[in-house]
Ligand binder design. Structure first.
Ligand SMILES: Cc1cc2nc3c(=O)[nH]c(=O)nc-3n(C[C@H](O)[C@H](O)[C@H](O)COP(=O)(O)OP(=O)(O)OC[C@H]3O[C@@H](n4cnc5c(N)ncnc54)[C@H](O)[C@@H]3O)c2cc1C
Length: 614
């Protein structure tokens, strides 16, 4: 008990609390100040916003820019593109809302000092592809973070948020959040009138290809630990399309991106025998998904599908043909710089494996699945849409408010809006912030009330793994396996194994079915029970413990959604072997879930997809 009485509790009051200071969180913090000059705006981040989130290492391209000033693309074009890539299922109102504002965001980045490459002939931004513009992006995150830092009343770095707090009198109203400082162990109670969750996506819920000492080397950032989903799920927010996990085709072992290679360097792929293979799978794929395979561009999942089928047919490895492009010294420089500015690890892998892409065509592979709301998939919370554009069924309050009052989201946290990427996530943060400020202003004098009992109870729960370890450690004299506690790493590996084997990971070529999912869900519920026995030897491990909690709950959502959608909508991302075809008659709809934290049960429902753009 001494452990709890000594621990300091810090109370922080705010009008707007932004959880997660990545791209969306920085956008939300910046914009909250613009509309809420006198408001108290707090951003809380488990790392340090200077270099946190998926963009931490820097990027080489901004992947969402319309170019409306030069009439390159219009917002409607982007909605059509995202809809096609997601096999018909996107929230067109939300996507349009981002696309119409994203250019202004990018112009701000440039104003703040981000070097954007320009085409020397036209003077326009240098395009990598139809939607991508090239940047010198090593300092992308520090530049964006500076804007947030200057806007915030205070940024709290190194605080991991573990739970949201609900209002003690209104059951569906968020009122705050709790967490702990990962460096000194202080307990934090945040009380806020509105909350914006922008805590990124989820890696390491499926077993990664890189295991053992290499397990941190995944495509997606290992610190993206599913809080953006688990926090709203626990608060009872509806989630959408959580089955829509993403699988990336990337350079093998280093996961270096391929976009600049395909789009800018015009490299292409071949099988292990030097043959073109994608066209071979055309008729087979058409049988499964109809004319989506003939669309331009071919949806990302279907390109994965052809690669996977070719490898399954025994004609791997698949290689990127770089030898031709790299004879051009300019392209060679661009190819290397692409990694040096963003994924240095890939350059190191090539050096260590004697791969010079000028002389050797490097291998490609498909990653393990991740959950993301901002890349080429769109899992996340079900959010209210913009007043001037969303159909009435998609509107129940303020823009980007979830189905819990006062709880907003942006970036990976919000579902239905694929292809927003870094710039779109920042933009969505701005959109959510403007709405959250309106929400706060409309409250007048109303103050949300947190329950002391609730946060005191949570305090015990949050630090319990330290106690479990302290007591249980005495039962063993050596090693790490204890009869009384489970370490976060062991819990994580158990989760990854369940998800891999039952929910469609790399081990089963992304394939699952109803019996596998049913058993997987049973095993996940047993794992959930055991989480009460997590042991943490220090604060770092305590953070790992809570990241695991968030990953497990999110994984459960993924499994439940995958079970509910009895079709294979996105072959190449995952396969329901018992329903191998796309089924537009029954499943041209969104899947929604709501978790009841009292009973531990999930309610599933369908929601209509409205096509607003022709
Ligand atoms: C490998 C990779 C390459 C990419 N390449 C490009 C590209 O070339 N161009 C492009 O435009 N986009 C790219 N993207 C997409 C872009 O990075 C994302 O769209 C964007 O970062 C999403 O913003 P976000 O704010 O939702 O998440 P993030 O930027 O990941 O931010 C989430 C933040 O929440 C914090 N957090 C998480 N949990 C908690 C918690 N419990 N408590 C407190 N804080 C928490 C994290 O530390 C992090 O700072 C890439 C993404 C990846 C993964």
């Amino acid at each position: 008990m001494g452990l709890f009485t000594r621990r300091k509790t810090v109370f922080v009051d705010s009008d707007i609390l932004v959880i997660g200071g990545g791209m969306a969180g920085c956008g939300a913090t910046y914009e909250s100040r613009y509309w809420g000059r006198d408001l108290k705006i707090v951003c809380v981040e488990k790392a340090n916003i200077e270099r946190s989130g998926a963009v931490a290492q820097g990027l080489y391209a901004i992947n969402c820019y319309m170019g409306m000033q030069w009439n390159e693309n219009q917002p409607e074009d982007h909605v059509r593109y995202a809809r096609n890539d997601l096999m018909g299922l996107v929230r067109e109102d939300l996507g349009y809302d981002i696309a119409r504002h994203v250019d202004a965001t990018v112009h701000k980045f440039e104003e703040w000092g981000l070097p954007i490459m320009r085409d020397p002939k036209t003077g326009r931004y240098q395009r990598e592809g139809k939607w991508q513009i090239m940047i010198h992006g090593e300092s992308y995150k520090p530049i964006v973070a500076e804007a947030a830092r200057k806007a915030a009343t205070k940024v709290y770095n190194r605080i991991m948020v573990t739970h949201l707090l609900m209002d003690k009198t209104k059951p569906n109203r968020v009122a705050g959040a709790v967490g702990f400082n990962v460096r000194n162990g202080d307990f934090y109670v945040f009380r806020s009138k509105a909350i914006i969750v922008s805590a990124g996506g989820a890696s390491h819920i499926f077993k990664p290809r890189a295991v053992g000492e290499g397990m941190g080397r995944t495509w997606y950032a290992p610190w993206s630990s599913a809080s953006a989903y688990a926090l709203p799920i626990l608060a009872g927010a509806k989630m959408m399309q959580m089955e829509n996990r993403i699988v990336l085709t990337r350079f093998k072992d280093g996961y270096g991106p391929v976009g600049a290679y395909f789009l800018h360097l015009k490299t292409y792929t071949e099988n292990g025998y030097g043959e073109e293979y994608e066209s071979k799978w055309h008729d087979h794929t058409k049988e499964l998904v109809g004319d989506y395979v003939d669309r331009h561009p071919v949806p990302t999942c279907l390109r994965n599908h052809a690669l996977l089928e070719e490898v399954k047919a025994g004609r791997g490895p698949i290689r990127m043909v770089t030898k031709e492009a790299f004879q051009d010294s300019h392209k060679e420089t661009v190819g290397w710089e692409n990694f040096l500015g963003m994924t240095i690890g890939q350059a190191v892998v090539w050096a260590s494996q004697n791969i010079d892409p000028k002389h050797t065509n490097p291998e490609l592979t498909t990653s393990e699945p991740y959950v993301m709301g901002s890349h080429a998939t769109c899992s996340g919370a079900w959010a209210s849409g913009p007043a001037d554009y969303a159909p009435s069924e998609y509107q129940w309050g303020y823009n980007r408010m979830m189905t819990v009052d006062g709880l907003f989201g942006a970036g990976d946290a919000i579902g239905g809006t694929a292809h927003k990427f870094s710039s779109g996530s920042f933009t969505e943060g701005r959109i959510a912030a403007k709405a959250a400020v309106n929400f706060v202003n409309d409250l007048g004098n109303e103050q949300p009330q947190v329950s002391e009992r609730e946060y005191e109870d949570l305090k015990k729960v949050i630090f319990q793994p330290l106690e479990n370890y302290k007591v249980g450690r005495n039962e063993i004299v050596a090693g790490t396996v204890s009869p009384s506690y489970i370490l976060p790493i062991n819990g994580l590996q158990r989760l990854e194994k369940i998800m891999d084997e039952y929910v469609g990971g790399i081990g089963s070529y992304y394939t699952t079915n109803e019996p596998l999912l049913t058993r997987g869900i049973e095993l996940l519920s047993m794992l959930k029970e055991d989480l009460a026995h997590l042991g943490a030897e220090d604060l770092h491990q305590l953070q790992r413990a809570w990241e695991l909690h968030h990953r497990v709950l999110t994984s459960e959502a993924v499994a439940q959604h995958t079970l509910f959608r009895t079709e294979t909508r996105w072959p190449g991302y995952y396969y329901r072997a018992d329903h191998p075809k796309l089924d537009d008659t029954d499943w041209h709809c969104f899947t929604l879930s709501r978790y009841d934290s009292e009973s531990g049960k999930w309610e599933m429902e369908k929601a209509p997809v409205y096509h607003i753009i022709d």
